[in-house]
Design a protein around this ligand. Structure first.
Ligand code: PLP
Length: 444
């Protein structure tokens, strides 16, 4: 008998009792390799002593103080650390407790900036199909994950959705990266012009798309073109690195690989690495300066903003990442993981694409490799692979509706950066076994 409203009331969930490194152990003593870091959350693995100590010290000293009365050393130090490791101009941090809250905050900050800047008509947001920005109503409104939106459609605010940058599915035959990027940039520009640039507050995009399409990195030059267009029309660029940020893709910020910087950056999962719920928005100086000079302050707030224990946990997590050079480890091990996936699945008749950056990799499943035809959605292939992998002691993150919200399946891998080559090989072998289990069970 449970009193929890579980995600799936019919699932008979094992009880997770402990974690160590990249493994979680359940109440029956079964161990699972955490190949997806939960949902790309765990960066330095479970039970890291430095983080546990920092949390304990902070909790003993001061667990909470409301930010309308006080600041705290924990929050100040974390903000300083983030500002130091983010390109100049992006030195202003607002802490939240979840990715969705970070996205809501970025949308509101964009809106207030424009009002304070004398452009009150700017209230509309452009985002992309096949994206995810969170489950609260504002974040869901701009997100392009159709399955997550469907039930709540009547409650959502109007947002404009343009095409994703998803080369495996949407780059035309023979189209170069440069032409594909230009085509998408033109679509964005046309959309801004048709709506009226004076009405657009911001363009929002995941730098590398996570759960919805499965580790989809942009083609070279895409974000540079997007940046140019945003600048041309006074549209802010919000980059959502909630899943792909803080080392996951092999650079601290995923945008560093795109030769651009956002106006507002959203971070979450890898920030606290799962030790505490914490997220952040980092804003460019000009945004904060404008809000402060015109309105005095950003008109927003939540009870747990800058929670000292969460900030202490996140600072310790980021220090571990830095001291142990885990960002470059994510890069190196990511290349190894990609090569292992290629060696195991590169010729597999049911794998259409292997993609990703750093320790953020995915395989896309297909009925037919040549044509890229997906499996029938009713087969729920990705979910079944998740189940078969779980039986074998492997945690992986399934996604369906990969192509257009309805069809397509992928499996996302995002292990902690402290993992090893041996563990990655174990994960790939277990995944191959799980894939076989499922393929044997479905009609030919
Ligand atoms: N943005 C992206 C890219 C995400 O992947 C997620 C969560 O998976 C969110 C936003 C929402 O974060 P949260 O679930 O912490 O609200």
């Amino acid at each position: 008998m449970t009193h929890i409203i579980h995600r799936n009331p019919k699932a008979n969930l094992p009880v997770a009792v402990s974690g160590s490194g990249c493994f979680i152990t359940d109440a029956n003593g079964k161990r699972y390799y955490d190949a997806c870091g939960g949902a790309a959350v765990s960066a330095i693995g479970h039970a890291h002593p430095a983080v546990l100590e920092a949390m304990e010290n902070q909790a003993r000293q001061l667990e909470y103080a409301h930010t309308s009365f006080f600041t705290s050393d924990a929050a100040e130090s974390l903000a300083t650390h983030l500002a130091r490791h983010t390109p100049s101009g992006l030195g202003n941090v607002y802490f939240l407790s979840s990715g969705s809250e970070a996205v809501e905050t970025a949308l509101k900050m964009a809106r207030q900036y424009h009002v304070d800047n004398g452009q009150p008509l700017r209230s509309r947001f452009i985002a992309r199909k096949q994206s995810y920005h969170g489950n609260s109503l504002g974040a869901l409104s701009i997100g392009g994950n159709l399955a997550r939106r469907a039930l709540y459609e009547p409650l959502l605010m109007e947002a404009i959705h343009v095409s994703p940058c998803f080369p495996y599915r949407y780059r035309a035959e023979g189209e170069s990266d440069a032409s594909y990027a230009s085509r998408l940039a033109q679509e964005l520009e046309q959309t801004i012009l048709q709506t009226g640039p004076e009405q657009i507050a911001a363009f929002v995009a995941e730098t590398v798309v996570g759960a919805t399409a499965g580790a989809v990195a942009p083609v070279a030059g895409y974000f540079e073109k997007v940046r140019e267009i945003c600048d041309r029309y006074g549209v802010l660029l919000i980059m959502d690195e909630i899943m792909c940020g803080l080392g996951r893709t092999g650079t601290l910020h995923a945008f560093e690989q795109e030769a651009v910087a956002p106006d507002l950056l959203c971070l979450a999962k890898g920030l606290g690495g799962g030790y505490q719920p914490i997220a952040a928005v980092i804003a460019q100086d000009f945004i904060v300066e404008k809000m402060q000079s015109a309105s005095g302050a950003f008109q927003h707030g939540h009870t747990y903003v800058g929670h000292p224990v969460a900030c202490a946990a996140a600072l310790a997590t980021q220090q571990v990442i830095q001291q142990q050079s885990l960002v470059s480890r994510s890069q190196t091990l990511g290349t190894e993981l990609h090569d292992m996936l290629r060696a195991t699945f590169g010729q597999h008749p049911k794998i259409g694409d292997i993609r990703g950056r750093g320790l953020f990799q995915a395989i896309e499943l297909v009925r037919d490799r040549e044509s890229g035809e997906p499996f029938d959605a009713s087969l729920k292939i990705a979910q079944r692979i998740k189940g078969a992998a779980f039986e074998r002691g492997l945690l992986c993150y399934p996604g369906s509706g990969t192509i257009d919200g309805t069809s397509g399946d992928h499996i996302l891998l995002a292990p902690p950066y402290v993992t090893t080559t041996g563990e990655l090989q174990l994960a790939v072998d277990l995944l191959a076994g799980a894939l076989d289990d499922v393929m044997h069970a479905i009609p030919a």
